[in-house]
Design a binder for this molecule. Structure first.
Ligand SMILES: *Cc1c(COP(=O)(O)O)cnc(C)c1O
Length: 396
């Protein structure tokens, strides 16, 4: 088996990935597969993507030397500040890229699924920017839990459709979005929010998010004379900010790649989202990967304090990076993430998203040396999590 970290023609990373889809979706996926690389590599796409990333999303995001956090860990800790990007996280990189792709493909209507609502907001944002119709599917349970993001999407002009099947969460919203795409194959583009789903989505999203590690390389070189850090650390829900943070270092084995997944209340409690630590191989959302399932093969409901990490699977690239040992995945509990969020806030004056706090907490599990350089991706800002912080950190 090859140990390339890029997918083969059929979208496989080793045994993971592929496109396990209903027959009625094959024409849509084939069409996307035929066009995405050609469009991504075209001069006009590259120019438009670069301009929007810079002037609209605020890139490059800073690579910040965290002095007081470095003292705490006795090592050199650098923060890649995706929290400073427009809409408050890395998700905007992907939605800008895919909206340009959809336009090139002549699509007039955009659909998306969302759990916590962050991807829904990023999608509604770029649809407003381009004047395209936007429909976001969201589980009924999530709509209740995430009212501010629902309001944002509506203010941005998106139609939020309620998924009322199953557990009424992300996987049900995904099923309804797929049904919509089958019913509207010609005018509609399905904008997926992470490195998940059938090929070519995992590769497409990883390429769009690779802007993160592309910037890390020249930023670290400018600051230290060396483009390669000793570690890159990122949290993993579906795995897009981690894929983007790892991308340009995948074939540089001296750079240790660390993913932090959410173990929720603990690996053995049943209230967890640790798809790598606990997952088995199976098919979820059209791709072969690790996922959490019960003895009957039913996908189990994930749990994490951070809504962005509670996804029952993991992108196929990460399953492969784990199996080959190229990246290492650590489990972080709710409590460890909360402690890490408070530490960053008190030491650096940066309130991180709860997802990003998982990456910060993973630092406690590494044996860092004084001369080493460690880049931690702060995938998003903490504004959206203030309700949880107020409750758990007793700020009332
Ligand atoms: C959605 C989200 C994540 C998790 O998604 P990935 O695809 O794993 O990156 C992490 N952090 C933030 C701030 C998010 O909004």
């Amino acid at each position: 088996m090859s140990t390339s970290f890029h997918p083969d023609e059929k979208g496989f990373y080793g045994p993971y990935g592929g496109a396990y889809i209903p027959e009625m979706l094959i024409p849509n996926i084939e069409n996307l597969k035929k066009k995405y690389l050609k469009i991504l590599n075209s001069d006009s796409f590259r120019k438009n993507f670069k301009t929007l990333l810079e002037d609209y999303a605020g890139r490059p995001t800073p690579l910040y030397y965290a002095t007081r956090l470095s003292e705490h860990y006795g090592s050199n800790i650098w923060l890649k500040r995706e929290d400073l990007a427009h809409t408050g996280s890395h998700k905007i990189n992907n939605t800008i890229g895919q909206i340009l792709l959809a336009q090139e493909m002549g699509k007039k209507r955009i659909i998306a699924e969302t759990g916590a609502g962050q991807h829904g907001v990023a999608t509604a944002t770029v649809c407003a920017l381009m004047g395209l119709k936007c429909v976001v599917y969201m589980g009924e349970t999530d709509i209740e839990r995430q009212a501010p993001n629902v309001a944002r999407m509506k203010m941005l002009g998106a139609e939020v459709k309620t998924a009322i099947s199953g557990s009424r969460t992300l996987k049900d919203a995904t099923n309804e979005a797929l049904r919509d795409w089958i019913a509207n194959p010609l005018n509609t583009y399905y904008l997926i929010g992470s490195v998940v789903g059938p090929h070519p989505y995992p590769d497409l999203v990883a390429r769009l998010q690779s802007v993160i590690s592309g910037e890390m390389q020249w930023q670290l070189r400018n600051k230290t004379g060396k483009a390669e850090p000793d570690y890159v650390v990122a949290c993993v829900g579906g795995g897009s900010n981690a894929a983007g943070s790892f991308y340009h270092y995948l074939d540089t084995p001296e750079v240790k790649l660390i993913g932090a997944e959410a173990s929720g209340q603990g690996l053995t409690t049943g209230k967890t989202a640790a798809s790598i630590a606990l997952g088995e191989t199976g098919i979820i959302h059209g791709s072969m990967t690790y996922l959490m399932q019960n003895d009957d093969g039913q996908i189990t409901e994930p749990y994490s304090i951070s809504a962005g990490l509670d996804y029952p699977g993991i992108g196929p690239l990460h399953a492969w990076l784990n199996q080959t040992g190229r990246a290492k995945y650590l489990s972080v509990t709710d409590q460890e993430a909360l402690d890490a969020a408070l530490r960053l806030t008190r030491k650096e004056g940066i309130i991180p998203a709860l997802e990003s706090a998982h990456a910060l907490a993973a630092l406690d599990q590494l044996e860092l040396k004084p001369e080493e350089n460690v880049i931690v991706t702060i995938s998003g800002r903490g504004d959206k999590d203030m309700k949880t912080y107020m409750e758990k950190l007793k700020l009332r």
